[in-house]
Design a protein. Sequence first.
Length: 278
Amino acid sequence: MKWPDSELPPFEPGWVWLVGTGPGDPGLLTVHAVNAINQADVIVFDALVNPAILELAPPGCAIEYAGKRGGKPSAKQRDITHRLIELAQDEKRVLRLKGGDPFIFGRGGEEALALVAAQIPFRVVPGISAGVGALAYAGIPLTHRDTNQAVTFLTGHDAQGMPNAVDWKALAKGSPVIVMYMALKHHATIVAKLLGGGRKPDEAVAVIRDATLPTQDVVETTLASLPAVVAERKIQPPAIIVIGAVVKFRAALDWVGMMAAREPEADPLTTRWQRDAG
């Protein structure tokens, strides 16, 4: 099925579109995201954007890397923002591709405010946040009426490092499910604060690495055991950590594992892009 062109917005010269690409699987792109890629003159992309997505760029489209990874040499945010403004002022169709959703721990809000200050017109295209997509691909419902009526999304790393502005005692007592982004570096400190705030040591926890990709790995443990498990398994980012009773549903809802068991020769998370590359 071809989406009617009349239903898709034109990408005008001099505009910047902030577009979320989801947690990794190219199939999770929205129609608006694909439409943006097809029209872009320049793509400025983050570290967590799947390289396969860049293959959708039209001939002649310039592609610029602007990734930021903790503990590694990274582009400075002010330089990225300046580049977006510079390209837009040069009447380019500037596509800022971001992993997940631009406005969820992705600095999309900062970039949008800078565009407003520079009087650059922009559009925001939401993407599936890793905090939603990772859990779905791990077989963990973000909410279930038998377990939780609230969810907290938490970044485990802010501009100062450990997010000390969080009211950890209130969080420990008030949120039945906590989904943590970028938390591996400070996970042991976070665990200690949650336990100190009254969280149960045997509460279910899952760590989801490389969510939605063929390399996806899900490790289940308990809150008190999390630091030891991360060290033993040498778990590296990118990873999402989820704390709460919803993790226990994975035993019945691990649809990726069930598909692999039925067709052991076919990886259910391998897309056409990965098969062609292999």
